[in-house]
Design a binder for this molecule. Sequence first.
Ligand code: FMN
Length: 347
Amino acid sequence: MARTGGKKPLSPTQRRKLEHLELCLDPSVEGSGTGFDRYAFVHNALPETDLDEIDLSTTFLGKRLKAPVSISSMTGGFELARKINRNLAAAAQELGLAMGVGSQRVALEVPGAADSFQVRDVAPDILLLANLGAVQLNYGYGVAECRRAVEMIGADGLILHLNVLQEAAQPEGNRNFKGLQARIAEVCAELGAPVVAKEIGFGISADAARRLKSAGVSAIDVAGRGGTSWYAVEAKRAAQQGKPVGSAFADWGIPTEEALVQVRAALPDIELVASGGIRNGLDIAKSIALGANIAALGQPLLAPALESADKVVQSLAGLIGEIKVAMLCVGARDLAALKKAPLARRS
Ligand SMILES: Cc1cc2nc3c(=O)[nH]c(=O)nc-3n(C[C@H](O)[C@H](O)[C@H](O)COP(=O)(O)O)c2cc1C
């Protein structure tokens, strides 16, 4: 990939974001072990269902989606990221899906970087979520910055991402996570838009989810282990900077399926996103049957988004087709029926 950030020299945050993007295109940062392969739907040979009548529509954070699929928060802050965000957003608009942009810290720091996050002109109707790192609430950010992030892109809500291990592994990471629950509660109370708490690939436990709910978050994205490994990404960057971090934490984290099951059991009513290693429509169908309201994916959409919105549409339409096939084969004509479909756990 060309190292293109536009004409101006990149700030340290912009450079880090570009390095993240480049490293995430390398398949070696892909983890394994979401846990979804421990489950199999019970095949229904007589489903009494017409594939063409299957209805995937749902609502999330009060907005209608044509399918229970969201594009995970990934990028922004430089010229190439602008292209990626616009292609992702245009595809989400065409298919009626949701989308999060990448962390907007860079746009709060660097004048002129905001436009790489702005996609409303190509995606006027989608559920669009702003994004900031929750830990920044310990490093000078407050409700005002959260509001600026939402208003900057005309978002419907804000994702606060939790990335403890990434910050710990990152040479320039922010590592003070004390008092965050109270600061998240302040944002939830004062922002005036829904807040989603999200991990980035290490999962959210039942206990953390309970504390996030009591802080006032409207939804939780478990973003569990099994997809893009942010430990692997930061370990590669650290090695490039001559500060190796070793491989002790390579398998750290709660697999996506385990996080999903435990958070749903702890919080029966919260809106829940399954993400982290979602790679096909069957993973999405299993997520819904295990208690997610929607599922999200990131890395597999990067390469198509570097090409065109049409390529992203093709990838996502393939996934949506697979959800429908899974639903046909279990005889579920809508998502309410899919939630009740028998799913056997392999020992
Ligand atoms: C290039 C890239 C950049 C990312 N940047 C962010 C970010 O800024 N904020 C965030 O909440 N998550 C970020 N993520 C994490 C994703 O939203 C997602 O949680 C994670 O990649 C797991 O999903 P996946 O396995 O489908 O990629 C990023 C992921 C990728 C691939």
